[in-house]
Ligand binder design. Structure first.
Ligand code: HEC
Ligand code: HEC
Length: 597
């Protein structure tokens, strides 16, 4: 299921008044102070729980979440999660339970809990797509039934970024039943489906547990409070020292690679985990340069959450703010970090980012051109990096056998232009780029023909919007060139990805419903950039049944662009296509923007 696809039930929740008893005057609620369920039922319970040492948290939360003799607060001590996970809970405490909290206090509480009741890097990584706001198709490998149950309403990302005791998983689902009407309907529906599966003769007895109990069982063993990873990480966690110069290699779908640098400066105390940033980068294709300034805060020793603002249009959409959010995972060695920068307003617009700390050695980040052709000379390649040698000779730059560097056209510490010839019989495929003494992951593909192109993503999703209340959700497509590889067949394992190419973009009818002419209503694709802009939301009197402008279409890329345009020519362009679903707005928004301050 697509992440963050809204559900109809959630729409109902959003408009329903809170059930009686919630949002009333603050009073210690039974669930917050109730005797632990496992004890009540006489089960053996390990003596888990993280003592709270922050006076602020004790003062603000301890009124309802009582401390025990070991300084453990009910609920709070039995759960760990990401900064976003904590923020969500704190917000509910404020809105639903009338917790009085000033913004500055909320920040400090959040910081304390994310640091001390947080996740280890190995635990946080699988949920990175959620914090990085990637609109991806995520399949949970753990347990199908649990996934089905939980993703009826929200992303599985918000589940897998939690660690809890069994009792806490139980209370969470009880909270769902109490607060979010409809939960029981979902749970019951799943039970109904289960009952229909008749026992198999001679097979194991059917699993007739209630789906909620099954989910609790699964979640408590898959995402327990106590873990070896957290024990190890929390014992040695320290504020990361990130100040200095970092080389930046990024990728923006549709526009390709960017290269540049980020200068990170400590803000105040070098142990505060707070930084300011100055970033410049260049789009390798096209050469546009962007400068940005920002701030960042590192939670739990590795989770960078930042904001930045700057000049230069990265996304060619009128009215899109240039404010970005930054989510990065800092490696244990404090020498690499990776994640995603995305526009605060539109999660779908963003860049993948990787940072390498710049020391004294040269680093090769990548190339502007992703492929070089066999049997051709004077092919210019733009190499990007840091500390690149300014006096390099052709012999210092190496692409492996069959590729000769004829000349260094120009060289600066961050960019080198070389002219190469590729032998007619040079072996095809990707090869790494070496510059004397430098490290890096740059590579370039040697090819002789572009056999086919693929449109990425293969199935896109856009949302109507821009009417009274809801914003549009855009979909950027890109055309990626491929060679068939040694087996001479397309769509096999040995295909060689050659990289992003400029295609001519059109949309065509996807014949799902006869004569619905979706392509005339869903919106428009930019012929050159591949950016799809959906139509406005709301009923359209020009459409049959006064329908909304939703629908599904093919998105078609033709390469090269001029052949796509020239219908008279005998030569045919190579084409690729993808499915695009244009649907109604997302009526609910899950968002925790404040973690990035
Ligand atoms: C006025 C009473 C009150 C205060 C003060 C309060 N809470 Fe709660 N808390 C509740 C209630 C009621 C619940 C159970 C219902 C729910 O989960 O919303 C709860 C549940 C929780 C849970 C479990 C939520 C889950 O996802 O299962 C956590 C964690 C929590 N609170 C954290 C905090 C923190 C942190 C603070 C202080 C910043 C705080 N609470 C302050 C009343 C309070
Ligand atoms: C009927 C709809 C529905 C179903 C089914 C559902 N959830 Fe939720 N869940 C919600 C809503 C609504 C929220 C609150 C969203 C918000 O506050 O932004 C929520 C919030 C959460 C949170 C965050 C709670 C917090 O404040 O810490 C977790 C964790 C969670 N759900 C886990 C689960 C799990 C696990 C399942 C499956 C066993 C599940 N949910 C199934 C509707 C649902």
């Amino acid at each position: 299921m697509l992440k963050r696809v809204g559900c109809f039930l959630c729409v109902i929740f959003a408009v329903l008044p809170a059930p009686p008893g919630f949002g009333g005057p603050a009073q210690p609620p039974p669930t917050a102070t109730a005797a632990p369920r496992a004890q009540a039922s006489g089960e053996e319970k390990p003596d888990e729980g993280i003592p709270v040492t922050s006076d602020l948290v004790k003062r603000k939360c301890g009124t309802c979440h009582r401390a025990d003799e070991k300084g453990r607060l009910t609920r709070i001590s039995y759960r760990r999660t990401t900064p976003e996970g904590w923020e969500q809970t704190i917000k509910r405490m404020i809105t639903l339970n009338n917790l009085p909290l000033e913004p500055a206090e909320a920040r400090d509480v959040l910081r304390y809990l994310a640091d001390h009741h947080g996740l280890a890097p190995e635990e946080a990584k699988p949920a990175a797509f959620e914090v990085e706001r990637r609109l991806i198709e995520y399949t949970y490998a753990g347990d199908k039934d649990t996934e089905q149950l939980c993703t009826t309403c929200h992303s599985m990302g918000r589940v897998i970024w939690q660690r809890r005791t069994k009792e806490e998983w139980t209370l969470l689902l009880e909270m769902h039943r109490a607060i979010y009407p409809g939960t029981d309907t979902v749970f019951r529906r799943t039970v109904g489906q289960r009952r229909q599966s008749a026992p198999q003769a001679g097979g194991p007895p059917p699993d007739n547990r209630h789906p909620m109990d099954k989910a609790i069982e699964h979640l408590s063993s898959a995402f327990p409070l106590t873990s070896a990873e957290w024990a190890a990480w929390s014992a040695t966690m320290r504020p990361p020292q990130l100040q200095g110069r970092w080389a930046l290699a990024g990728y923006q779908p549709g526009r390709g690679p960017v290269f540049g640098q980020v200068v990170v400066t400590s803000q105040g105390d070098p142990n505060s985990g707070e930084f300011t940033t100055e970033t410049t980068f260049t789009y390798a294709r096209g050469g546009q340069t962007v400068t940005r300034r920002g701030r960042g805060l590192v939670y739990t020793g590795f989770q960078w959450r930042g904001r930045s603002t700057g000049e230069g249009t990265s996304f060619p959409i009128a009215g899109v703010s240039t404010d970005w959010r930054e989510v990065l995972f800092v490696d244990r060695d404090w020498r690499h970090a990776e994640g995603r920068w995305f526009t605060g307003a539109y999660n779908e617009l963003g860049l993948d980012v990787r940072l390498h700390r710049v020391g004294a050695d040269p680093v090769v980040l990548g190339t502007a051109e992703s492929m070089i052709k066999t049997g051709a000379s004077r092919q210019e390649l733009h190499l990007f990096g840091a500390n690149l040698p300014s006096n390099a000779s052709p012999a210092d730059v190496n692409f492996g056998p069959g590729v000769t560097v004829d000349r260094i056209v120009s060289a600066t510490p961050t960019q080198m232009v070389v002219s190469v010839s590729v032998a007619p019989d040079a072996s095809l495929g990707r090869r790494s780029v070496m510059i004397a003494g430098a490290t890096g992951e740059a590579s370039v593909a040697v090819y002789n023909t572009i056999d086919f192109i693929k449109v990425r993503p293969q199935s896109g999703l856009a949302r109507l919007g821009g009417g009274a209340a809801y914003q549009k959700q855009f979909q950027q497509f890109e055309a990626i060139a491929y060679a068939k590889g040694p087996d001479g067949k397309a769509d096999t394992k040995d295909d060689v990805e050659l990289g992003l190419v400029d295609a001519l973009w059109t949309i065509e009818e996807f014949a799902a419903t006869f004569k619905d002419d979706d392509k005339d209503f869903v919106g428009e694709i930019d012929a050159e950039t591949g950016l799809f802009t959906p139509n406005v939301d709301g009923p359209n009197p020009k459409r049959k049944n006064n329908a909304n402008n939703y629908g599904d279409v093919w998105v078609v890329a033709a390469y090269p662009r001029n052949l796509g345009r020239d219908r008279a020519s005998d030569a045919r362009p190579v084409k690729g296509r993808a499915h695009l679903l244009v649907t109604v707005p997302s009526y609910i928004m899950f968002d925790q923007p404040e973690v990035a301050r």
